[in-house]
Design a binder for this molecule. Structure first.
Ligand SMILES: [Mn+2]
Length: 296
């Protein structure tokens, strides 16, 4: 095991790998809400959580995990940010609590499939293994309730094709973290005034023509690769842009991220797919609370 792996593993487990199974039996710092009565789905896909970075909206993800349940859950990569952890260890209790909840689901009988991405590629060396009931694979084929076959992968596999120059990726990475810092500042300010979470970078990205071109190009490349594999569609993450599009007869799904958009992809029991925008779900709860207060 190399240094990065052991740092990441220690950070996640707060102990040695041998204690992995015991971790889910411990108590989370933030107690679980709504263990019964959660919204049930056949499948849930989340990715790009980036645990170990300040950009991660762990609180919102904890709220999501406490309100939903599924038969199968795919963790579609970049769950932990190994690149950032390597530079400086940032691991608040909420990040531990996310890992705790994921392991607890596996213990309670959800099939949890973890597909490491490029930021948590240190876990790719554990492909084929099972960590506390979590299967680690490089990609998966998911069959929907209505019989469609979907290729599930993180999506960094297509960077070589979609990014013409590697240095551009690095400039993008720096610009991205500046934008994320602005996003945090803005939302701390908005919270002060009781305004709901608003993603600055999501709106900035939609405005920048180059970024729009990159995203649509990426979606095309991924859908073409899926068509080539003979599947009906593809589920990926990586570019932090939740989407559902039909591209030349191939379904392209992106489950988004928990840094900017705070989204998940879900499959209902009839095979119908939906993107859940969790900031909107939380905001929609607010008026009800206010009404209850008025009624009291
Ligand atoms: Mn990625």
């Amino acid at each position: 095991m190399n240094v990065v792996t052991s740092i990441a593993a220690t950070a996640i487990l707060g102990a040695s790998l041998g204690d992995f199974a015991d971790f889910a039996q411990s108590a989370p710092a933030i107690p679980e809400r709504m263990i019964g009565g959660r919204r049930q789905f056949r499948t849930i896909w989340i990715s790009d959580v980036h645990l170990g970075t300040r950009g991660c909206n762990a609180g919102m993800l904890i709220d999501f995990l406490d309100h939903v349940d599924s038969e199968t859950m795919y963790l579609v990569g970049d769950i932990v940010d190994g690149w950032r952890l390597k530079k400086k260890l940032y691991w608040p209790v909420a990040h531990n609590d996310v890992v705790w909840r994921l392991l607890k689901r596996a213990r309670r009988g959800t099939r949890v499939v973890y597909i490491p991405g490029n930021h948590d590629e240190v876990f790719r060396q554990f492909t084929g293994l099972d960590f506390g009931g979590v299967e680690i694979v490089r990609q998966a084929i998911h069959e929907t309730a209505d019989g469609r076959r979907l290729l599930v992968l993180h999506g960094d596999e297509f960077d070589a094709i979609t990014l013409a120059h590697r240095w551009l990726a690095h400039v993008g990475d720096v610009a991205y973290h500046v934008l994320m810092a602005l996003n945090r500042g803005l939302n701390a300010w908005r919270r002060l005034f009781n305004m709901p979470y608003w993603s600055l970078s999501k709106h900035a990205k939609a405005k920048v023509k180059k970024s729009v071109e990159f995203i649509s190009n990426y979606e095309q490349v991924v859908a073409q690769a899926a068509a080539h594999r003979g599947v009906d569609g593809v589920v990926c993450g990586h570019i932090h842009t939740a989407e559902y599009r039909e591209i030349d007869g191939t379904a392209y799904y992106n489950d988004g991220d928990w840094v900017e958009g705070c989204t998940a992809l879900v499959e209902h029991f009839d095979g119908r797919m939906e993107i859940l925008h969790w900031a909107d779900e939380i905001a929609a709860r607010q008026p009800q609370a206010d009404l209850a207060l008025l009624a009291a």
